[in-house]
Design a protein around this ligand. Sequence first.
Ligand SMILES: C[S@@+](CC[C@H](N)C(=O)[O-])C[C@H]1O[C@@H](n2cnc3c(N)ncnc32)[C@H](O)[C@@H]1O
Length: 365
Amino acid sequence: MTSHIQITFPDLKSHLSQGQGQGHTQDNVDVSKGLQLVDIRRQTAPTSLVPLILAGLRSKERELPGLLLWNDRGLSLFDAVLESPDYYLTRREWSLLCAAVHEIVSTIQSGDRLIELGAGNMKKTALILRALQSQRKSITYIACDVDCVALRRGIRYLQSLFPPTSSGGIRIQGLVATYEDCASWLQHSPSPNGNGSRTTLMWLGNSMANYTTSDAASYIRAFLSTGASLIVAVDGSKDKSEIARAYEGPANQKFVMNGLAHANELLGAQVFDARDWGFRGSWNQNTWMHESFYVAERDLVVTVRGEIFEFRKGDRVRSIRSGKWPRSKMVSVCEEAGGVVVDCWVDENESYGFYVIEERLRRCL
Ligand SMILES: C[S@@+](CC[C@H](N)C(=O)[O-])C[C@H]1O[C@@H](n2cnc3c(N)ncnc32)[C@H](O)[C@@H]1O
C-alpha cells in the first residue's frame, strides 16, 4: 500500500507563514464550508493593474494588459466563447483529452501534487481527476487562478464531484495567484508529501500561447526550475480562416471589449468610451499568433491619471494574443526554456497537442 502524509489546509498555510513565501500575504485564507483557498497574490489590490495600463499605453506598440480580460464578467463571457461553435479549440482539446487522458496523467503518482495554472471553469479538470481516481491515485489538486470568484465556484464544483474522504483520494485546494506568484510560491514550497513525491503543473486551454514564445519560454523555465514537470495543451492550427472565425466572432469580441469596461472600473472613470472603440483581429505571421486589438473609431484624446494619450482614427491598441504552435514550435520553445518534451499527444494534423515537459538537466541525471 502506498503511504503518504495527507496534506491538510494548515500545511498549505504554513508554507506561506514559515517565511518561505517571501512577500506573500499570509492571512488571506478562506476555509469557509470546507473551501481550502489561499490568496498568495503579492499585489492583491485590483488597482495594481493601473501602472500596467499606463506602461502599455506609453509603449511604442500600444497595448493594454491581458489581465484586464480576466475579471468575473470576463470569465462568464469567456465561457460563452468556449461554448460558441466557432471556437474549435474546445472540441479539439476535449476529444484529445478524452482519447488520451489515462496516458496523459500516467506519470502522476499517488502522493503527488497537481497544480492547474489558470484553472478557469475546471470542466476538463473533472475528467482528469476522474482518470486519476480510477487509477486509484491519491492526489492533492490545487487550482490556481487570478479570479477569486471563479476559483471558488470551480472548487465547489469539483468538491461536489470529489467529496473529501478520510482515505486520501483527491484533495482539492485553491490558490488565488498570478502565474508569477505561483512560480515564486513553488520555489519555496517543495512537494509537501516528501518520499519522492512530485509536483506537476498543468496549463490547459492554449493559455501558455497567450504569451510570445520568449515569454512562454521564461515561464516554462521558471516552473521547471522548481523541480516540477509540466503538462501543457497548445493549439497548433494552421487554418487561418478557422482561426479568424474563432477569435473574431461576436462572442470573442464581447469578451475582449469587456477589457475596456474593466479598465474604466479600475481607473474609476469612463476613460475608454465603448462608442469610440471597435474590435479588430489579425494574424501575425512573424509571431505565429492571432492578435486582438481595440481600434479608435475617430481621433481621440484619452486621459489616464492626468497623462494624455492621443489616438488617430484607426490606431490600434493590442489586447490579447493567441499563439498557434505545432509540435516543432513547441519543441523549440521548450529547448529555449532548458526543457524537453518527453511525451506528447497530437491530433491528426497536429492541430492540437498535449505535451509533457521536463527540465533537460534533470532528465539527464
Ligand atoms: C484561456 S482561460 C483557460 C481556462 C481553462 N484552463 C480552460 O482550459 O478552459 C485562462 C485562465 O487563466 C486565468 N489567467 C489569465 N491570466 C492569468 C495569470 N497571469 N495568472 C493566473 N491566472 C491567469 C484566467 O482567469 C482564466 O481562468
